[in-house]
Write a protein that binds this ligand. Structure first.
Ligand SMILES: [Zn+2]
Length: 370
């Protein structure tokens, strides 16, 4: 441990160091928490602002485990319900979210979404707004739009439906009217439109190698990366009063300068870093560090971890804890960290405490009003 860093640490860092030391002594991924965690981290609950409960099943025992973990580790979970083209599944996520929120609003917040299976039907827009409204009345604070818009949803003539399609206007107007947030995953990492050998991280390379159906480079009919980003930017332009959180670094993960350009142009825009921290790690350390300091009010910590099954539920929660701790180590310390992408370890960012507090807690509170 670094004594100079330790002097300036807050309780949250002490908590993470404790957690790391316990985890490294076990190393099996099982959920392990230091006994003193609750008392040392109470003032700054870590919020994972993009995470998914994708279970079909939910019961009291699962909820007890879930809330125990949150109380012990002082987390708050921002559950994002998604997939408008899988309507039954989406409804189940929403039902679970309403229930958990009603019983544990101190640990659980959530984003809803809406049906797209009925796209093109005369009643779809009213159905969408009614469903969103009911979600807001049950605690949802945001509406997720997923990449199926732009990359999957089509009109009968075969053309892809983009987010700036005027048929979305009533839905976006309604979110704005209710003072809630649009949380959007539009497009994909730029790597998705590149050949495998030009991709910047191994994770994307392996994913698209194994899932060629999603590799846009192989499907020229899918609108280009630039078109996806431009359609999203037009929404930011058209809705200056609508708060928008762009998932996955706003799909601009490959260069912090590109994110910065949008944050400068659109004060209503923030980004979460879900599943894209690796893209920070492979860029120049000083540039990333400066970006996070310069835009410390506009970036939300998030993982995009999915919990899919009641089987192994506690183990999966253990993974959540471990990932949170490892991520915090990267942002909070200057330790050397091994990543698959590089032969040499990379160095943690050692961000100032006030920036860490914003990234891990305060920005989610502020942007989502939770
Ligand atoms: Zn996600």
């Amino acid at each position: 441990m670094h004594t100079s860093k330790r002097r300036q640490t807050t309780s949250i860092i002490l908590f993470i160091i404790l957690t790391l030391s316990v985890i490294s002594s076990c190393g099996n991924g099982d959920r392990v928490a230091p006994e003193s965690s609750a008392s040392v981290q109470t003032e700054n609950a870590l919020i994972d602002s993009h995470i998914h409960l994708y279970l079909e099943e939910w019961n009291e025992a699962l909820e007890t485990s879930f809330i125990d973990m949150h109380e012990r580790d002082n987390y708050r979970w921002f559950n994002i319900c998604t997939h408008g083209l899988k309507w039954e599944w989406l409804k189940r996520q929403v039902e679970i979210s309403k229930g958990v929120y009603s019983r544990h609003p101190e640990h659980f917040s959530w984003a809803t979404s809406f049906n797209l299976e009925n796209w093109g039907d005369s009643g779809w827009e009213k159905d969408a707004i009614d469903f969103i409204g009911d979600s807001f009345d049950n605690g949802a604070v945001a509406v997720k739009i997923w990449k199926e818009v732009g990359m999957e949803l089509k009109d009968p003539d075969g053309s892809y439906v983009m987010i700036d399609d005027p048929r979305f206007t009533p839905v976006l107007d309604y979110i704005e009217e209710r003072g809630q947030v649009l949380v959007c995953h539009l497009g994909e990492p730029r790597n998705c439109w590149l050949p495998l050998e030009e991709m910047t991280v191994n994770g994307d390379r392996n994913y698209f190698k194994n899932n060629p159906q999603y590799h846009a480079y192989k499907h020229p009919e899918i609108p280009s990366y630039e078109e996806q980003i431009a359609a999203r930017d037009r929404i930011l332009e058209q809705y200056p009063k609508l708060k928008v959180v762009g998932c996955h670094l706003g799909s601009l993960e490959y260069d912090t300068d590109e994110i910065a350009k949008r944050l400068d142009a659109y004060p209503n825009f923030a980004v979460d870093m879900a599943a894209r921290i690796i893209h920070f790690k492979v860029q120049d350390r000083e540039k990333v560090r400066k970006f996070l300091i310069d835009y410390q009010d506009r970036v939300l910590y998030a993982t995009d971890i999915t919990v899919r099954s009641a089987d192994g539920f506690d183990d999966r929660l253990g993974t959540v804890s471990r990932v949170h701790s490892e991520d915090y180590r990267y942002f909070a310390t200057d330790e050397m960290i091994r990543i698959d992408e590089r032969d040499e370890p990379i160095q943690g960012l050692n961000l100032p405490d006030e920036v860490l507090k914003k990234l891990f807690t305060e920005n989610a509170v502020k942007w989502y009003g939770i």
